[in-house]
Design a protein around this ligand. Structure first.
Ligand SMILES: [Fe+2]
Ligand SMILES: [Fe+2]
Length: 172
């Protein structure tokens, strides 16, 4: 057994081999390193520009909204598999929100309830809309980030959200 650390969320993973994607934040395997080599982005002590701070705050809003929306969708789903999927998606988005609070050194805001549909198919379409929007925004934020670690964060979560779109497309 070996200990691995995800440089994006900073969480540790114990296993024989490193996972292809982080089970917590969904970052690709290239961000997961042996524990002794990992440099988690939240540990990097570097100033963050006003522009990146604002972009991170907007991200926090998006991620907490996605978390609450997916919990609503999990609550509406009848199929066990869909319930499990939305619960996992909600956890991943919460993880993204937690990373932002660590980067900005702020407390997690109160997460308000969000609405969703009673039918899975409508929720799948809404999920794709939310994720598409996030991918576009994070692509822009990654370009705007002057700080290496902030750019790395946006690049990693952009890939994670794109993966969510791929996952949902399997059900459409
Ligand atoms: Fe991670
Ligand atoms: Fe996310």
């Amino acid at each position: 057994m070996k200990l691995y650390i995800c440089e994006i969320c900073g969480d540790a993973y114990i296993g024989e081999e490193k996972p292809t994607d982080c089970p917590f934040c969904g970052a690709r395997g290239n961000f997961i390193k042996s524990a002794n080599e990992a440099e988690p982005i939240a540990e990097i002590k570097a100033e963050i520009s006003e522009l990146s701070k604002n972009n991170l705050l907007e991200t926090l809003g998006l991620e907490t909204k996605a978390n609450a929306t997916y919990l609503c969708m999990a609550g509406q789903a009848k199929d066990y598999q869909i319930i499990k999927m939305y619960k996992r998606l909600a956890r991943v988005e919460l993880e993204h929100a937690i990373i932002v609070t660590k980067l900005l050194k702020i407390a997690m805001p109160e997460i308000k309830l969000e609405e969703c549909f009673g039918e899975d198919i409508k929720n799948f379409k809404k999920t794709i809309e939310l994720e598409d929007h996030a991918v576009e925004l994070y692509k822009k934020f990654a370009k705007e980030a002057q700080e290496t670690h902030v750019r790395k964060f946006f690049g990693a979560i952009m890939q994670a959200e794109a993966g969510h779109i791929e996952l949902i497309r399997n059900y459409l």
